[in-house]
Design a protein around this ligand. Structure first.
Ligand code: AR6
Length: 175
């Protein structure tokens, strides 16, 4: 059975070991999925984030999930898209890889990701989806302890993109 799933919906409603937050370097909250996670988790989350001292782009840090159904939040900071020539691809890969490494270090088995950097940070959605699927597939081979990764797409267009990419990658595994 595949260890990668896709869903359309709100990541704050998902009961997994950790949901990933598309945060900014301050880790002090923002709009988009970050705002939704902070609201659903309650003020204790921001309080814990204040003690983390921020997070560089491409890296990830973990907190508790507080009032979320998820036990933890892994906060990662995606790159702001400029023109594709400023390490955006590498930094986005690094977000997915570092989030899974942090999950592994904390013995977590089920992780849900939003489409990092594709909202306020304007990373082209098709390129971001390719990087997400390719990086997670590669990392899962190296981290057998992680049982399930769910890509949670807020809108149907993203869901369709991931669906197409996963179908393609299944075909290439079979052939
Ligand atoms: N569940 C799942 N996905 C969501 C949700 C949700 N509840 N809400 C939005 N999305 P963005 P970024 C999707 O802008 O581009 C914040 O202010 C959304 O449709 O949240 O990495 C941070 O503090 C999009 O596909 O994150 C940073 O300053 C995806 O989440 C900055 O925005 C990411 O959009 C980070 O920008």
């Amino acid at each position: 059975m595949s260890r990668i799933e896709i869903m359309q919906g709100d990541i704050t409603k998902i009961a997994v070991d950790a949901i990933v937050n598309a945060a900014n370097e301050t880790l002090l909250g923002g709009a988009g999925v970050d705002g939704a996670i902070q609201r659903a988790a309650g003020p204790q989350l921001l309080n814990e984030c204040r003690g983390l001292g921020g997070c560089p782009t491409g890296d990830a840090k973990i907190t508790q999930g507080y009032h979320l159904p998820a036990r933890h939040v892994i906060h990662t900071v995606g790159p702001v898209w400029r023109d594709g020539k400023h390490q955006e691809h590498n930094l986005l890969q690094s977000c997915y890889r570092r989030s899974l490494e942090v999950a592994q270090a904390n013995h977590l088995k089920t992780i849900a990701f939003p489409c990092i950097s594709t909202g306020a940070y304007r990373f082209p959605k098709d390129q971001a989806a390719r990087i997400a699927v390719a990086t997670v597939s590669k990392c899962l081979k190296q981290i057998p302890e992680i049982e399930k990764v769910i890509f949670v797409c807020f809108d149907i267009k993203d869901f369709k993109l991931y669906e197409e990419l996963l179908l393609l990658s299944e075909k290439s595994t079979v052939e």
